[in-house]
Design a protein around this ligand. Sequence first.
Ligand SMILES: [Zn+2]
Ligand SMILES: [Zn+2]
Ligand SMILES: [Zn+2]
Length: 772
Amino acid sequence: MSVSAPTRPRRRTRVRVHGTVQGVGFRPYVFRLAGELGLDGFVRNDSRGVVLEVEGAGASIESFLARLQPDAPRLASLERVEVEEREPTGASGFMILESARDGLADAPVTPDSATCEQCLLELFDAGDRRFRYPFTNCTNCGPRFTIIRDVPYDRPLTTMAGFAMCALCQAEYEDPRDRRFHAQPNACPQCGPSVTLLDGAGHPVGAGGARDLTQAAAWALRNGAIVAVKGLGGFHLGCRADDERAVATLRARKHREDKPFALMAGSLDAADSLVMLGEHERDLLVAPERPIVLAPRARGAAVADSVAPGSRELGVMLPYSPLHHLLLADVGTSLVMTSGNSSDEPIAYHDDDALGRLAPLVDLFLLHDRPIQTRTDDSVVRVLTLAGRPRTSVLRRSRGYVPASLPLPGGTRAPLLACGGEQKNTFCLAKGQRAWVGHHVGDLENYETLCSFVDGIEHFQRLFAVEPQIVAHDLHPEYLSTKYALELDGVELVGVQHHHAHLAACLAEHGEGGVAVGAIFDGTGYGADGTVWGGEFLCGDLADFRRVGMLAPVALPGGARAVREPWRMACAWLGAVLGDAAEIPPNLRNLVDERLWRQVQTLVRSGVNAPVTTSMGRLFDAAAALCGMRPTVNYEGQAAIELEAACDSSERGRYPIDLVSDAQAFVLDPRETIRALVADVRAGTAVGVIASRFHAAIARGTVDVCVRAASAHGTDLVVLSGGVFQNRRLLESASAGLDGAGLRVLTPALLPVNDGGIAYGQAAVAARLCAA
Ligand SMILES: [Zn+2]
Ligand SMILES: [Zn+2]
Ligand SMILES: [Zn+2]
């Protein structure tokens, strides 16, 4: 006798998934999972993420929910899953539905992602229909942020809109079992973008004896040509890394005297021959973000001297698009791949602009016809050792990372825009608990960068549906980002002090709500008292701060000129030590005009055109100049970078440094440091030894002030931030000293320690101040 199984009750569950779930193969994944578990229902993108309903046996629904997060595709990141019971409808089958547009666009738009392993296999498989196709991609890889025009992320709203898929591509696109199901930039040689090769005058060039135009460009590179290559977020200028003539020519044409050029190596092994890589650096190099990784130059690296003069580190990345993979494979050596611009202009990303601006710089253009929507520079990262542990530190956060969101602790009551600083500008939009830090805009000093700042803000406002009601800005009245903020109508304005923004950015990134002492060292920032700050010890939280210490103030002779001419700071600091007796040091006599030196002394004495500053960056400049290293620089921070590079790591000595305190604040007084440094220079001590002793003094002084301030203000938390802490030696030794003193040390990790991080800090402060 058989007993029929009781009909198990059907359940229907609605699931809303928040996070990075669009354009990352999430819907086909849900489709396959539901199929495997015998569930009916649907899945759909909408402008808030993904919504799905599953119907079937309760146990199947439970295992669906249990597996949804752990088994998700590699680029997906689920932040929140909301589950709600529904009445079963009895409908059978599982469907992927069209995107719904409901005007609430805040679905995460994902960053661009490096070519995946499977696409790479196809790229080099002579039997595959995408063999050597430079625009191969799938749901696990390819362009995203750089091609998206609007949300939801669907092909008609990307720069792929103009390419109609061929029958084969369309079939892949519609097949939920295919890796290219709903891969918006899906393409093949029959229907997708293609490359063109032009000479420096803009005339088309044929493949010659090469099999295709990409190989023709590679051959030219191999023979010493300089080629403008259109990539994901803009143009690179490429040439062989080991060809001194080519690299020197590129430097001369680009008018970039010393700033290091980034390299692209064809493989991890090739990168290994250029730089010394630890496990963490390797992981970063092969990560889907594919940043430029800074690491110490390897002995015997086949790199021309002009690639990174005066630097012990090299910046290396691996290919991140199929076009790069093909080029590197065909050239067979590493390439210089530096930003496609002249000197400090923004990187070119439109064909017309590139053809106009870059023509005098290059022999060839390797172009393609997939437009770039948003200029996105390569990101730059490195690995630091802090408290004995390796830690990633982002120096420029752009391609591969942007526009992934960061949490905003405490959230914001109203939609918010933070305009950032003047140099290395980024902006930040925030809504609810979430903040989007924009791509690296650069120095807001010309019309082009200002336009990309304004366009970037508008683009992000659309993508994430943020209509700012609160606008945060720096206190500096002359920053273009401040002026932009002050011209906005009908918004609540919040001015945030520059160094407080540095402190708050670090606290917010680490989710710290309490009070910390911050040693915030940078070039310059507008102080709360209207003077030029830059070597500050603050005690504060997201809402407020007090200035509890500072570097001893000194004259900044000639204002901005002192940034480009570190010898002026040498003159100012020497004057502070020796007074009127400060003669030009013998080692500077051939480098600096003695008449000018005396003029600057007069400025320092009179205070005319010589505002006082507490800038730590300028103190490093002065030390480098006094060593005779860099009386003038070609980019800000160059003297300090070279002083750090010069350090003799076997040296254990340290110069004295004084710490003075009154009721208000601690003052770090480096006059004895400078006096000892000058004595060493006079005695002919090696520059490496001097540089080491100087670094050790500043690190010790920093630790001493932080320890005392932390104890005076009842906290055990210290933040180290500001552009000066790009100095690895200073950061690592100060951090080790503080760690040894039992204090907790935080430094920015996801966002730059430099001014690229302050927009997020401004947002955190403004959100807190406007919380009521
Ligand atoms: Zn792929
Ligand atoms: Zn096709
Ligand atoms: Zn700063």
